[in-house]
Design a protein around this ligand. Structure first.
Ligand code: AMP
Length: 189
């Protein structure tokens, strides 16, 4: 089994690279952002609550996120492997993930971090806002999301580095070049 956390700031290319990794390695995808957007589309109570928080660029509570992931992972132990995209985003989420996986007798093998500088992230997200109409891809929310990432999410690299699982990857360049860098690390495991 190959279990990966794909890490990086908003706009670093996690969604794009996840799709390619899923194709190549047959992984099961867990994107908490996609799950929350699906809740919104279905007009659930959780979706309505989450929308307000997402539109401000803040984090949905650990309790909600952990509950959601726990439900989705259950019954998936025959998967070839998992790729977590946009999760965990706090140390509490990473600890909860370790505990859920431990119950299934599996663990995270690797955290791959896409490294992209702030100006480039803002350009990419403003473009995505125009192309895809995501309501949280506007300048004010983007700046808040990057801030939240730096304060609350970036410390997670230390959590995985302490277990020798963190590998940073240059997230600039062509999609296939970046994918090649990610695969190089996976195959060196
Ligand atoms: P994303 O699509 O991963 O950029 O997530 C969009 C928004 O959903 C974030 O700005 C958060 O408000 C919320 N969100 C997604 N994943 C998480 C998470 N793991 N923890 C807390 N909030 C999350």
């Amino acid at each position: 089994m190959l279990n990966i956390v794909l890490f990086g700031p908003p706009g670093s290319g996690k969604g794009t690279q996840s799709e390619k990794l899923i194709d190549k390695y047959g992984l099961t995808h867990f994107s908490t952002g996609d799950m929350l957007r699906a809740e919104q589309a279905a007009n659930t109570e959780l979706g309505l609550q989450a929308k307000k928080i997402m539109d401000r660029g803040e984090l949905v509570s650990d309790e909600i996120i952990i509950g959601m992931i726990r439900n989705k992972i259950k019954g998936q132990s025959d998967a070839k492997g998992f790729i977590f995209d946009g999760f965990p985003r706090t140390v509490a989420q990473a600890e909860a993930l370790d505990s859920v996986l431990k119950d299934l007798g599996i663990k995270i093998d690797l955290m791959l971090g896409l490294e992209v500088e702030k100006d480039e992230l803002i350009d990419r997200l403003l473009k995505r806002g125009k192309d895809q109409g995501r309501t949280d891809d506007n300048l004010e929310t983007i700046e808040n999301r990057i801030n939240v990432y730096e304060c609350q999410t970036l410390p997670l690299t230390g959590y995985y580095d302490a277990q020798n699982k963190y590998r940073g990857v240059d997230g600039l360049g062509g999609i296939d070049d970046i994918f090649g860098r990610l695969c190089g690390i996976i195959e060196s495991l």
